[in-house]
Design a binder for this molecule. Structure first.
Ligand SMILES: [Ca+2]
Length: 331
């Protein structure tokens, strides 16, 4: 067994391009919290959402691809292309999160039928082609589902590893788990893909459960959204109502943690999400620890050349301020 530290590739990342909106591809599996991430990305002038790629996760890839289209319909942004991605993990069987997200993957709301077809190019090809066609350091990849597409894109076109600006993932946790005591769903669902992505050597920020469990949609957040009074505000409230019930029943939470938009908030304003640099790896072989993300937070950890960091602390008020404003802006 090689030392995991030495299996991480050392790559020279392309320098970030000058200011302007962050150009991102959002790889997701909507999913209640993915839907909120899409809204936040669409509304912020700091973000240019180039395209959405989908991956089987919270529900089947067919359902969540349609959900992504429906969320864009709700936001009046059918111009953003949706590229269908991987139907199943690299090695593991499919396990959807119907207990949390329902039969549709977005239970609790009426989903408008898509008026625009899914884009021709499949997700993995689209990610590789878009990053290669852009300037070095231009594209940021955000992943809020299992990491199957990103892993396959890195294998299809390894040059993207040096070419992207950075990768931000919702997944994992250095202390907390949800599908098991130590593993979070996205990483647990496809641990081999997660290992490829985390060990690739690109600049990577893990926004894990330690951070996202601070992003609770409490009653005061819902009141602020209710006051907006639009169809989209009602859509958000319908999503959160269902999400609250399943989080109460399945996870023992009072209020639902809205994980995925924390990645977008971090890109809009890094001061909203505090991070800490730490060597990071994914457990793929443990009987009890499948999909555990292992961050070396020891004071003596070797940080030389370390390209990974973990999110630790959320400015909750600033975060929800962004989300509420996004729903208001989208009208
Ligand atoms: Ca998700």
């Amino acid at each position: 067994m090689p030392d995991p530290q030495t299996t991480t590739r050392r790559v020279e990342q392309a320098a970030p391009r000058p200011d302007g909106p962050r150009r991102i591809i959002l790889d997701c599996d909507p999913g209640h919290d993915d839907a909120v991430a899409i809204m936040l990305a669409l509304a912020s002038p700091a973000i240019e959402l180039l395209g959405i790629t989908t991956v089987g996760g919270n529900q089947t890839v067919q359902k969540i691809t349609r959900n992504a289209q429906s969320v864009l319909e709700m936001c009046g942004r059918q111009d953003v292309p949706v590229h269908r991605g991987s139907a199943r993990p690299l090695l593991r069987d499919v396990h959807v999160a119907g207990d949390i997200h329902g039969e549709s993957g977005l239970d609790g709301v009426e989903l408008p039928a898509p008026t625009v077809p899914v884009a021709d190019a499949r997700a993995v090809q689209y990610i590789a082609d878009t990053v290669m066609a852009a300037e070095p350091g231009e594209i940021t990849l955000v992943a809020t589902g299992p990491l199957t597409n990103l892993a396959l894109a890195a294998r299809l076109e390894p040059e993207i590893i040096e070419r992207v600006r950075e990768v931000v993932i919702m997944g994992g946790g250095y202390h907390e788990g949800n599908v098991s005591p130590v593993a979070e769903f996205n990483i647990w669902a496809d641990p081999e893909a997660a290992a490829i992505v985390v060990d690739a050597g690109w600049e990577l920020t893990m926004v894990g459960l330690d951070l996202t469990h601070q992003a609770l949609a409490t009653a005061d957040v819902e009141e602020q959204v209710r006051a907006i009074g639009t169809d989209l505000a009602e859509f958000f409230l319908g999503l959160m109502g269902f999400f609250r019930r399943t989080y109460q029943e399945v996870q023992g939470f009072d209020d639902p943690p809205v994980h995925d938009p924390c990645t977008i908030a971090y890109l809009i304003d890094p001061s909203v999400v505090r991070t800490r640099r730490a060597p990071l790896h994914v457990e793929t072989s443990g009987d009890l620890t499948r999909g555990m993300t292992v961050a070396d937070l020891r004071p003596g950890a070797d940080l030389e050349g370390c390209r990974t960091q973990v999110a630790t602390e959320l400015d909750r008020d600033a975060f929800w301020g962004m989300v509420v404003e996004a729903i208001r802006v989208l009208g």
